[in-house]
Each structure stands twice: as C-alpha cells, then as structure tokens.
Write a protein that binds this ligand. Structure first.
Ligand code: NAP
Length: 269
C-alpha cells in the first residue's frame, strides 16, 4: 500500500489510465490520490467513480508528496510558476520529449524527477513503461513510483538516453502492430471470413506468437521461422514476397524514424 500522497495533474488518457490502475489494484487509498484537470469535470468523473479528491492545481501540488504530470508537452510551461513555489516535491513526468534537465533547469537542480514513457496498452493495464530516474531520486521514491507504474503494466528501467529508443520500441510501435493485425485480418475478410472471426484469429495469433517467442527467447528468430516453414510449402512462398517487398527493412526504417524524431523533439529548457 502506498502511504505517500500522490497528486495527478491532467486526468486525460494517460492520467486516467494510471488513476484506474491504482484504484483497481487497491494500492493507494482514494483519500491519498489528489486530482486536478484544466476542465475540472474530467477530474470530477474520477471523484464520482472512486471518491478521489479533486481540487485546483496549486492545492494538489502543495498537498502531495509525489506529483504525476500527465498534461500534453505544450502545456507544461504554464505549470512551472506553480511548481516553483514547492521545490521539495518529487515529480513524475510522462511527457514525451521533456527531459529531466528541463525540470532541473526550470525548477531546482536538486529536484527528484522520474521520466516515464508508458504506451497506450497501459490504459488496459497491459502497458510497457520505461522509467528513468534523476540520479538523486531516493530509493523510497523509486519504490513508490515503480509501484504506481506496475499497476498499469511491465516496468523497464532505462538510462535517460534510452527513453527515445523506448519510444520507438514500445511507445509508438503499438500503432504499427495495430496496422499489421489490421492488414492480415482484412485479407481474411476479403476471402470471405467474417470480420470478428478474422480479427480475433489474428489477434490470438499475435499474442500466441509473442508468447512463443518469449518461451524460446534464447533461439534466433530465423530458427523459429524454420519451425513454420517447409520446402515448397506455404510459409516459404510468403517469405519470398516479404523479402521482395522489403517489408522488414521498411519496419526497421519506421522505428529508426520514430527514434530520430524523438531525439529532435527533446526539450532541456
Ligand atoms: N496517450 C499515450 O499513449 C501516451 C503515451 C506516452 C506518453 N504520453 C504522454 O502523456 C501526456 C498526456 O497525454 P494524453 O494522451 O493523456 O493527453 P490528454 O488525454 O489530452 O490529457 C491531457 C490532460 O491534461 C489536461 N491539462 C492540460 N493542461 C492542464 C493544466 N495546466 N492543468 C491541469 N490539467 C491540464 C487536459 O485537460 P483539458 O482536457 O481540459 O484540456 C487533459 O485532460 C502527454 O504529455 C504525452 O506525451 C501519452
């Protein structure tokens, strides 16, 4: 059970996912989870659901030990003057492109900051969350923050320079995975399968293949592929087209582009 008071600024998709995660796992008392949002009605929905107190941003910051910032990156500058008044708080930022140095440069060089990169499956508690801590973050703060994010998925600790790599591997990549599932399922539909059977079949295959790959994680992908192929068979014929169309190079280039874009968007000031 988390005994610290946690404040959430921004109860949109990601802030809401974390509130739902914390409440559904019962790891914090609703009284210790203080919420605010620009459109306060959006925060009040969580009060109606969980009885988590809702108040203005300054009151949340003043009364919380640890503050989760879940606004869009463009909205962070307007909150800095309020944070400046309370320099002893521990911050968690899920803001894409906003570095730990941004908070140290704009607030206090000694502030404890966790920079986290969750992904969209976090909203159904199946997320991947990369976390990087400022080196002065205390062990106690790290434990609480790990606990918060464990409520919405699997936590990976990375050095801050790798957060942009995580953006490519787990942050943006669900978009491409959705499209790959969609493309495969639509072929089934074109050949006469009903929509829900086609999608369920491909989704179950994606989940099963991922779990199979984890089970045999020490085996190279090529060897796993050889378990599905036989000379003159169907899979090998499909692989020929996959290679002819350079699909795998295209996927690598896509992820590299995401990573480069993440680096180019980073803000330190
Ligand atoms: N969604 C994802 O998959 C994902 C993944 C990784 C990281 N993130 C990061 O998570 C952050 C939030 O993304 P999101 O998708 O949750 O966005 P969102 O749904 O738009 O939520 C942002 C919320 O912040 C509120 N807000 C803005 N300025 C505020 C202020 N000054 N005080 C209080 N509340 C304020 C907004 O309120 P109003 O509605 O009233 O404007 C909105 O409810 C972003 O920085 C993004 O980079 C998101």
């Amino acid at each position: 059970m988390i005994s610290k008071v946690i404040g959430v600024i921004g109860t949109g998709n990601m802030g809401g996912a974390i509130i739902d995660g914390l409440m559904s796992k019962g790891i914090i008392s609703p009284d210790n989870l203080l919420l605010t949002n620009r459109d306060i009605d959006k925060a009040n929905r969580y009060y109606d659901k969980y009885k988590t107190p809702v108040m203005g941003a300054e009151e949340v910051i003043e009364r919380s030990d640890i503050i989760l910032i879940a606004v869009k990156p463009k909205d962070i500058d307007s909150l800095i003057p309020i944070f400046k008044k309370y320099s002893n708080k521990v911050l968690i930022s899920v803001l894409a492109g906003i570095t730990i140095d941004y908070f140290r440069n704009n607030l206090d060089a000694e502030i404890q900051v966790a920079r986290a990169m969750p992904n969209i499956p976090s909203t159904i508690s199946k997320g991947v969350i990369s976390i990087s801590y400022s080196e002065n973050t205390s062990g106690e703060s790290r434990d609480v923050i790990d606990n918060i994010f464990s409520s919405i998925g699997e936590v990976y600790h990375v050095e801050e320079r790798l957060i942009n790599i995580s953006t490519g591997l787990s942050g943006s990549s669900p978009a491409y995975m959705f499209l790959i599932i969609d493309a495969i399922a639509k072929v089934g539909i074109d050949y006469g399968m009903d929509r829900s059977t086609a999608f369920d079949m491909v989704i179950d295959t994606m989940i099963g293949s991922a779990m199979f790959m984890r089970e045999y994680s020490q085996i190279e992908a090529d060897t796993l592929v050889s378990k599905v192929t036989s000379p003159g068979g169907t899979t090998i014929e499909g692989l020929r087209v996959l290679n002819e169309k350079n699909i795998l190079d295209g996927i690598s280039s896509t992820i590299k582009t995401v990573i480069e874009k993440s680096f180019s968007m980073e803000r330190k000031d």
